[in-house]
Design a protein around this ligand. Structure first.
Ligand SMILES: NC(=O)c1ccc[n+]([C@@H]2O[C@H](COP(=O)([O-])OP(=O)(O)OC[C@H]3O[C@@H](n4cnc5c(N)ncnc54)[C@H](OP(=O)(O)O)[C@@H]3O)[C@@H](O)[C@H]2O)c1
Length: 308
């Protein structure tokens, strides 16, 4: 049972809805909302208090793409927390390919860098007691029906993972939509590596599935956003079935993943092969690279090349 939970990117979308659902559990005593913008954080806190009738939300300000900002945030955590959801992220928008001071591009810094530092600093300072959840995506194993190819790295070497994180793996033409799956794969493999290193903690990876009502489409290229909002979401996905669900359903995957003992450490859970909604299954049953412990450790080593 998690009494205190820390959620990054908790002012919107899945992070905010997961905060609401977790607050409604009787065991939850504290939910820390980690957000980069004070006004948006305060507005979310007020809204969550109104919707849950509970005054158990705290704000810590910080930016997950900035290593020092994350380190300062960890100093602000006074009592050890039970669980953390590394939710902030997505395709980031136009700045995705821009190189940050860490050497990772903005896409990787947001989805990977700060979260790795956050977890490792919490462990180092004995401030994490039970569980970590990382949101990955069905973009990793791919969805054939939608033409989404599985992530297919040639060797999954340390150099290759490092190339994914600074964008050089993709050559001159950086496409955030394609790179997104690779960046999520790198973070997923880091989580699986951590699950072996820290067996007393739960490291679970969960895809929320294709979830309506989040800010994610705003970060897509305009033509893709138009197609998604006007054809795919309202017409095509409902016709195929098992391809989309409501915000409450996507966020419940996080809540179940972090709270329910049936979801195990060292496993990446997402929709059944070829689907984006419905039951969650262990992705390593059809995406074999997840089982490779050398690949997992290579992702970890590559990420640490960028952490000073
Ligand atoms: N939506 C889906 O269908 C889907 C599918 C698979 C995986 N996911 C994953 O689920 C997670 C949540 O996605 P979502 O769809 O709920 O996205 P969203 O609605 O866009 O929310 C993202 C949240 O992260 C925050 N954030 C972004 N960059 C940040 C930074 N550098 N520092 C601190 N906070 C930051 C945003 O804050 P601001 O308001 O300040 O921008 C916002 O609160 C992501 O990791 C995403 O990759 C989503």
């Amino acid at each position: 049972m998690n009494e205190s939970i820390f959620i990054t990117g908790a002012n919107n979308g899945l992070g905010k809805e997961a905060a609401r659902q977790l607050a409604m559990k009787k065991e939850t005593k504290k939910v820390i909302l980690f957000c980069r913008n004070e006004n948006r954080a305060e507005a979310a806190k007020k809204d969550l208090e109104e919707h849950t009738g509970k005054k158990i939300f705290e704000i810590i300000l910080g930016d997950v793409s900035d290593a020092n900002s994350v380190r300062r945030a960890v100093e602000k955590i006074k009592e050890p927390i039970d669980a953390i959801i590394l939710n902030a992220g997505g395709m980031v928008g136009k700045a995705a390919g821009k190189i940050t001071s860490s050497g990772m591009n903005e896409l990787a810094a947001t989805n990977v860098l700060g979260h790795v530092i956050l977890v490792e600093e919490l462990i180092k300072h004995d401030k994490l007691k039970k569980a970590v959840l990382y949101p990955s995506a069905e973009a990793v194993p791919g969805v054939k029906m939608l033409g989404m190819k599985p992530v297919a790295m040639k060797t999954s070497s340390v150099d290759e993972f490092a190339g994914v994180l600074d964008g050089s793996y993709f050559g001159n033409k950086f496409d955030a939509v394609q790179a997104y799956g690779y960046v999520k794969y790198a973070a997923t493999m880091w989580m699986l590596s951590m699950s072996r290193r820290y067996p007393h903690l739960k490291f679970v990876v969960v895809s929320p599935g294709n979830t309506k009502g989040t800010g994610a489409p705003d970060n897509l290229p305009p033509a893709m956003k138009f197609m998604l909002n006007n054809f795919m979401m309202p017409i095509i996905f409902p016709l195929i079935g098992g391809m989309v669900h409501k915000l409450e359903v996507g966020a419940k995957r996080f809540v179940d993943g972090i709270s329910d003992e049936q979801y195990k450490s060292g496993v990446f859970y997402a929709s059944k092969q070829g689907k984006l909604s419905g039951d969650m299954v262990d992705q390593s049953t059809f995406y074999n690279d997840l089982k490779n412990t050398t690949f997992q450790d290579n992702a970890d080593k590559a990420i640490h090349r960028f952490i000073k």
